[in-house]
Design a protein around this ligand. Structure first.
Ligand SMILES: Nc1ncnc2c1ncn2[C@@H]1O[C@H](COP(=O)(O)OP(=O)(O)OP(=O)(O)O)[C@@H](O)[C@H]1O
Ligand SMILES: [Mg+2]
Length: 315
């Protein structure tokens, strides 16, 4: 049973222009997506730069205005209550931001950065708060004296850990992790990813894991949605997406994953050329005349693909 549902979410940014600075058009950053979250699972949101991943995450926690759509949390419509400081939604849904550098206040010490959600949502005494901060630093593998320092005194990986400590401070149910490791080098990436998995089991967390890296997503996610121009082209379990991708855009993304062994690299190159040819030949099956992705249709109990109604039966 899912504890949260996102229904037909739209986030449009107005484009202004002309003599009177009127709204002349809209950027359809998120253009009708739906998601459901179950306890303890990781949901991947994948797609190229600018397809609307961060906007989706920020809209869910209330940092972006929703143009239309609904967010249902534990049976209650919270669409217009997301910024309410006392709401359980606000406590239970946390975010790790794409850019750790700018999401950590440079004027605050680490202890105050981590204490922020604690002070907002948990009414702890001074002593309890101190204890909680020490506990959180230990969970993310940082020494206790880190709390007296400022964010700029840490490396990228350490900053990301501070962001994680802040995100888990209120025992949330869902963490939206926006590219949590893409700014880190490979060895630190693995550390942080494994760490996110460990605390998931310990705390029973769910993740919305945002990334453009299909290798990382395969390692982390149970369910995956592929996003293109604000819409989902395909949604399914990890097996659905990696073993039997159906949408041409998903195939294109998968064929772009770099291969290390020379033999598989050759095969991958051939596949990539073929997919690229088909992408141009078969566009009409996957995108309407304005280039907009069709609605999703189920092709199995877990797998959904955006194709014209006619084409979905012949895959
Ligand atoms: N505040 C804003 N005003 C206008 N347009 C915006 C705003 N924020 C984002 N956009 C546009 O919305 C679209 C989606 O942006 P978003 O940041 O969600 O992409 P993304 O998938 O997270 O990309 P990346 O992988 O580069 O982080 C982009 O075209 C972007 O230019
Ligand atoms: Mg982003």
């Amino acid at each position: 049973m899912s504890f949260m549902q996102i229904k037909d979410l739209h986030v449009h940014y107005p484009i202004r222009g002309g003599f009177f600075n009127d709204v002349v058009d809209n950027v359809l950053a998120v253009d009708g997506i739906s998601l459901e979250f179950e306890k303890g699972k990781t949901y991947g949101l994948v797609g190229e730069s600018g397809c609307g991943k961060s906007t989706t995450g920020k809209a869910i926690i209330g940092l972006e205005k929703i143009t239309s759509g609904r967010i249902i949390y534990e049976g209650e419509d919270v669409t217009n209550k997301r910024r309410n400081r006392n709401s359980s939604f606000n406590r239970d849904i946390q975010m790790i931001f794409q850019d750790a550098n700018s999401s950590l206040n440079p004027r605050k010490r680490v202890q105050d950065i981590i204490a922020e959600p604690i002070r907002n949502f948990l009414k702890l005494s001074h002593l309890e708060e101190k204890r909680k901060i020490n506990e959180l630093l230990a969970i993310v593998g940082m020494p206790e004296d880190a709390k007296f320092k400022y964010a700029h005194e840490f490396s990228g990986g350490q900053k990301q850990r501070i962001g994680i400590a802040r995100a888990i401070a209120t025992n949330p149910k869902l963490i939206i992790a926006d590219e949590p490791v893409s700014a880190l080098d490979l060895s630190v990436q693995a550390q942080v990813l494994n760490f996110l998995k460990d605390i998931q089991d310990e705390l029973g967390l769910s993740y919305l894991f945002i990334s453009h890296d299909l290798g990382v997503v395969k390692h982390m996610c149970d369910n995956i949605s592929i996003m293109y121009k604000g819409r989902f082209v395909e949604s399914g379990t990890r097996e659905d997406i990696y073993q039997s991708p159906k949408h041409i855009y998903t195939k294109r993304l998968l064929s772009a994953i770099p291969m290390i062994e020379p033999i598989t690299r050759q095969a991958r190159k051939k596949e990539r050329i073929l997919v690229e040819e088909n992408f141009h030949k078969e566009q009409h099956m996957y995108f309407d005349e304005n280039g907009r992705v069709f609605d999703l249709h189920p092709i199995s109990a877990t797998h959904q693909v955006a194709m014209t109604a006619k084409e979905k039966w012949v895959i």
